[in-house]
Write a protein that binds this ligand. Structure first.
Ligand SMILES: Cc1ncc(COP(=O)(O)O)c(C=O)c1O
Length: 410
């Protein structure tokens, strides 16, 4: 797609490789610390991005379509609609479901209490009612039993979050629409199928710190043709470009110039060609990187399982873990434990938004919390995570185990 000659492209590659010799961190040295993430792009991505900029074709186009096709195929779906973040993907999916009549304002959507803020907020932003349910104590993902207890005759959908790389149990939810927030679970599987394949719609984030990155970025995948058309309109101003039914819509409004024909109350959530160029390179790296993250997760669980006062979360049966980050629960002084790790160069964070019902913004979200949330509360007060990465390995597990053993025995 680049207009550069092969010779000039090779010369540019040489300059970039001289500045950035290889992926910055293929094998991170555990002795230097344990950050939340390591930079996961290198000269190939920078070359691809630079070549796109040199073509001047930077706005959404052929590379975005190519990346959408690659990612949709990964998720065993027909359609991918790329956007500028995972949060935008969640907003777009929910808005698209309302636009197509799958959901109507006032319908209730079951959402796990432990997740990310922008899984929850977009539900209310499009006029749906989020209903918080508890998470499972072994996976920290949405608990089907709690979901069943929270259901009313207004409940229409369940929005499961595959938290930090663990695939959520996708119970038979009968007549409910099933949606997946897989923003932190690229490459995880459940029952032999990739996350993203199960729901009517699923979302992913390609933020800098995720399994693969487009710098900022996200995508919605679905098999539903009408939903995909609605998503393409809503992503770009509400106009008709890229819709499969564009001609019929134009014919229905002959008095309006088809170049500026608006058929849905849309947003502008478009990605750039530069982001898609990154994504096309990054996608080739994903399988090997997820395998390494999964192996780290299993190794670290084994090393830490016997430490008194600590709970870890091994891969759930029937799933493969994508190892986005490594969550733990501690008995007693969580702040002291996190401080002890930070003092040894091991970065920590709360488990995502923890119990979102306890976040100040939640008071302003029209919602219901009809069931008790004891596991979410435990996560809120006793949980934290440390980073996982394709560039980490057993040395990071050994350092983590040493730090936590020392904290536990102090
Ligand atoms: C579960 C979940 N949903 C949504 C998001 C939002 O993605 P983004 O940061 O790309 O907006 C994240 C971000 O990490 C996430 O973990």
């Amino acid at each position: 797609m680049s207009r550069m000659s092969p010779e000039r492209s090779a010369a540019l590659a040489e300059i970039i490789h001289a500045e950035m010799p290889g992926l910055p961190v293929e094998a991170h040295d555990a002795a230097s610390g344990h950050p939340l993430c390591v930079v996961g792009f290198g000269p190939e991505e920078v070359l691809a991005a630079t070549e796109v900029m040199l073509t001047t074709e930077v706005t959404m186009g052929a590379r975005v379509r190519a990346f959408e096709a690659v990612w949709a195929a990964r998720c065993e779906k027909r359609h991918g609609v790329m956007v500028n973040s995972g949060s935008s993907a969640n907003l777009l999916l929910l808005a698209g479901l309302v636009e197509t009549g799958h959901l109507a304002p006032g319908d209730e959507v079951l959402v796990p209490a432990v997740g990310w803020s922008t899984t929850l907020f977009p539900v209310a932003q499009v006029g749906l009612v989020p209903v918080l349910v508890d998470v499972d104590p072994t996976t920290l993902c949405l608990c089907p039993k709690s979901a069943a207890a929270a259901r009313t005759d207004r409940t229409r959908a369940v929005f499961a979050v595959h938290l930090l790389g663990q695939a959520a149990e996708m119970a038979p939810y009968d007549d409910l629409l099933v949606l997946e927030d897989a923003c932190g679970a690229h490459g995880a599987t459940i029952g032999g199928r990739p996350v993203g394949a199960i729901g009517l719609g699923a979302t992913f984030s390609f933020f800098f710190s995720h399994h693969i990155t487009t710098m900022e970025g996200g995508i919605v995948v679905t098999d539903d043709d009408a939903l995909a058309d609605a998503l393409r309109s809503l992503r770009a101003h509400g106009w008709t470009r890229e819709r499969s039914d564009r001609k019929a819509l134009e014919a229905a409004s002959p008095e309006i110039d088809p170049r500026f024909l608006f058929v849905s109350p849309g947003y502008n959530l478009r990605p750039t060609e530069v982001a898609a160029a990154f994504g096309l390179v990054q996608d080739r790296r994903l399988d090997a990187w997820v395998a390494r993250r999964r192996s780290n997760h299993a190794d670290w669980c084994a090393r830490l399982a016997a430490i008194p006062g600590l709970t870890v979360f091994p891969e759930a049966p029937g799933t493969t873990h994508a190892g986005f980050a490594f969550p733990m629960l501690v008995e007693g002084d969580r702040a002291g434990c996190m401080a002890a790790l930070e003092a040894r160069g091991i970065a920590t964070r709360p488990v995502s938004g923890s119990n979102l019902a306890r976040q100040p913004a939640f008071a302003r979200v029209p919602s219901r919390t009809p069931v008790p949330l004891p596991v979410a509360d435990a996560v809120h007060t006793r949980g934290f995570f440390v980073g996982n990465s394709h560039a980490f390995g057993p040395d990071h597990g050994a350092r983590l185990a040493a730090a936590l053993t020392s904290w536990s025995s102090s």
